[in-house]
Design a binder for this molecule. Structure first.
Ligand code: NAI
Ligand code: MG
Length: 359
């Protein structure tokens, strides 16, 4: 079986970690023997935009549609305003490809250290999956600016919440929680200060909860949630939140687990009519780009999730093999600087490839 992958390395360390992920994916396919990957490389990036004036060609979505999955590095560079780069590439892909779920697992990998003292004695106290609504809410892209360049400028940024949009993300979150050992879901909003969309979120959450009597559920306000994540990490398991809230909480989660460099994400179209997209949650990291020191673990973990999604149950063992290889490597102390190690991207990548051949 051949899986067609659209690779969009993007900018900065996005290109470095995508190259590393492809090396690891090819090694995994070679060792497994039952499938292979065929990549189409798309040079859609801020660098290309500066040269030719566009990120994605007019038929870009049609080109992506011909693939089984999209592997994405990161987009954004200091010489292009970030709202232009994000709205030219990653956000339109998530919307047009119906990727309304963004799954962000977080745990502490062996041989790495959480800044939380409670997790240092027992790393298993932090094991979360954040389910991010990925299609609407605060990132609906609605709003505008009036009286621009005057003291009376007004800019609006509308958060749009639809019942359909909320119901489908809640069902996905309850299903995710139900499939995990603790069967526990925490829903995050800010429905004390925001009276409409957030209140609808709360309402639909409790409605859908009735369909899942075996899943324990509770509700948090987002500000209190940041405190709970730090003070009481073991009290959380599966978390569902809006586009903006989950974006922020998942960076916090990554930092609490040791580094943003290890955190993966899956942008899923659960209907499978469009390709889903897999990417580490970090950005292009201009401060370390080009130095060969980026942590590729978040990219590898995202690749493992891609294999799991493509296999539809049949390649779970192969995805687990990749995770085991990653964990053996961190445990052995082969880590990049962000994890207090002294290896570079290439050394970590080669170590993971070697482990794939062994585990
Ligand atoms: P960032 O995630 O690129 O970097 C934040 C900090 O974490 C930096 O100090 C960086 O060196 C470090 N870091 C990130 N990934 C790392 C890795 N794999 N290994 C080691 N250290 C790592 O976030 P920042 O600086 O806010 O954004 C930079 C650019 O990336 C911006 O243009 C932003 O818009 C874009 N961005 C794009 C995303 C995407 O394509 N999905 C997501 C987040 C940001
Ligand atoms: Mg983010």
């Amino acid at each position: 079986q051949t899986f067609k992958i659209a690779a969009i390395p993007g900018d900065g360390i996005g290109t470095e970690i995508t190259q590393a992920a492809i090396q690891v994916l090819d090694k995994l396919a070679e060792v497994d023997g039952s499938f292979k990957f065929e990549y189409t490389n798309f040079d859609w990036s801020s660098k290309a935009y500066k040269e030719r004036g566009w990120y994605m060609p007019p038929d870009g979505m049609a080109q992506l549609q011909k693939h089984d999955a999209i592997y994405f590095g990161a987009v954004g560079w200091p010489d292009v305003p970030d709202h232009i780069s994000l709205w030219s590439l990653i956000l339109p892909i998530r919307k047009d490809m119906n990727q309304y779920v963004n799954v962000r697992p977080t745990r502490i990998l062996p041989g790495t250290r959480s800044p939380l003292s409670s997790c240092q004695s027992d790393p298993s106290t932090l094991d979360w999956i954040i389910i991010r609504e990925n299609s609407e809410g605060e990132y609906a892209g609605q709003g505008g600016t009036t009286h621009e360049n005057s003291p009376h400028t007004i800019a609006t940024e509308l958060a749009i919440f639809s019942r359909v949009g909320i119901e489908r993300i809640m069902r996905f979150a309850f299903e995710t929680a139900k499939a995990r050992p603790r069967k526990k879901l925490t829903m995050v909003t800010k429905s004390n200060a925001q009276r409409h969309g957030m209140v609808l979120w709360d309402k639909v959450f409790y409605e859908v909860a009735e369909e899942y009597p075996d899943v324990e559920h509770d509700k948090m306000l987002v500000d209190a949630m940041t405190v709970r994540m730090v003070n009481n990490p073991e009290s959380l398991d599966t978390i569902v939140a809006t586009n903006l809230h989950a974006d922020i909480l998942s960076d916090l989660a990554a930092a609490l687990s040791g580094s943003i460099g290890i955190a993966p994400s899956s942008n899923l179209d659960p209907t499978r009519k469009h390709p889903s997209m897999f990417e580490p949650i970090h950005g292009s990291a201009p401060d370390i780009a080009g130095k060969g020191v980026a942590n590729p673990v978040g990219a590898f973990w995202s690749a493992a999730e891609m294999v799991r999604w493509l296999g539809q149950g049949k390649l779970d063992g192969t995805a687990d093999k990749l995770m085991q290889a990653i964990e053996n490597v961190t445990k052995a102390g082969v880590k990049t600087r962000d994890l207090a190690g002294n290896s570079n991207t290439k050394e970590v990548t080669e170590a993971v490839c070697r482990e794939i051949g062994i585990v």
